[in-house]
Write a protein that binds this ligand. Structure first.
Ligand code: CMP
Length: 211
């Protein structure tokens, strides 16, 4: 099916703020982002945590269909969105008809699993400062040389630290020359030095059960 026909058949517009589905709902459709972005969030204790924000070309909502299980997370339009909304039967037919679709989906799911592993490793660090540095070092190694959009608010939601603490860590890294640039476009001049700094922090913050 060519892209125009896909859009004609499955394209639907959703305004910013639309909750597409909530964690625990039954799932009957999967979605592909054609325009806009969608946040995926889940309850951790009493707090709603953003697990990921998905943009153009990314898909979500496939797990319920594949596992015949309730939605594992809540999906919310962060901007006005144009999404392909594909019912379970059509989704299965697409995967069966095209090995390429299946392989791309497996690659995405493998990347998501690797990201979830990183998040678990991060959240096992006891020290909030180490969690921020671990996250920055991970971003720097995944996007070498690229500007990193790190904001204290975003770090706070992702890493279970408070925003003031996250801002303090960014300032400390900047003062030590481990981060350069500023708001919205940080760079890590020397990734090895940052890793070394993280190792030092972890000496008194071994992965383990947090209090
Ligand atoms: P489903 O369980 O049907 O509904 C929630 C969707 O969010 C899920 O399918 C995945 O597509 C997506 N999802 C769940 N966990 C993550 C994650 N950690 N990162 C990105 N997407 C996720």
């Amino acid at each position: 099916m060519d892209p125009d026909e896909l859009l004609r058949r499955f394209g639907r517009e959703f305004p910013r703020g639309t909750v597409l589905f909530r964690e625990g709902d039954p799932g009957r459709e999967m979605y592909v982002v054609n325009r806009g972005s969608v946040s995926i969030s889940a309850r951790v204790g009493t707090v709603e945590k953003v697990l990921s924000t998905l943009g153009q070309g990314e898909f979500f909502g496939e797990m319920s269909i594949l596992n015949d299980a309730p939605r594992s997370a809540t999906a919310t339009c962060v901007e006005d969105c144009l999404l392909l909304v594909v019912d379970a039967r059509t989704f299965e037919a697409m995967v069966r008809a095209s090995a390429e679709v299946a392989v791309r989906m497996i690659q995405k799911m493998a990347a998501r699993l690797a990201e979830a592993d990183r998040q678990i490793e991060n959240l096992l660090l006891r020290d909030a400062r180490a969690r921020v540095v671990h996250f920055v070092a991970g971003e720097a190694s995944r996007h070498p040389g690229a500007p990193l959009a790190l904001s204290p608010g975003d770090l706070a939601t992702r890493l279970d630290v408070d925003a003031r603490q996250a801002a303090d860590v960014l300032r400390t890294l900047e003062r030590s020359g481990l981060l350069a640039g500023g708001e919205g476009a940080w760079t890590v001049p020397d990734a090895d030095r940052l890793r070394h700094f993280l190792d030092l922090l972890q000496l008194d913050s071994h992965p383990g059960t947090r209090p």
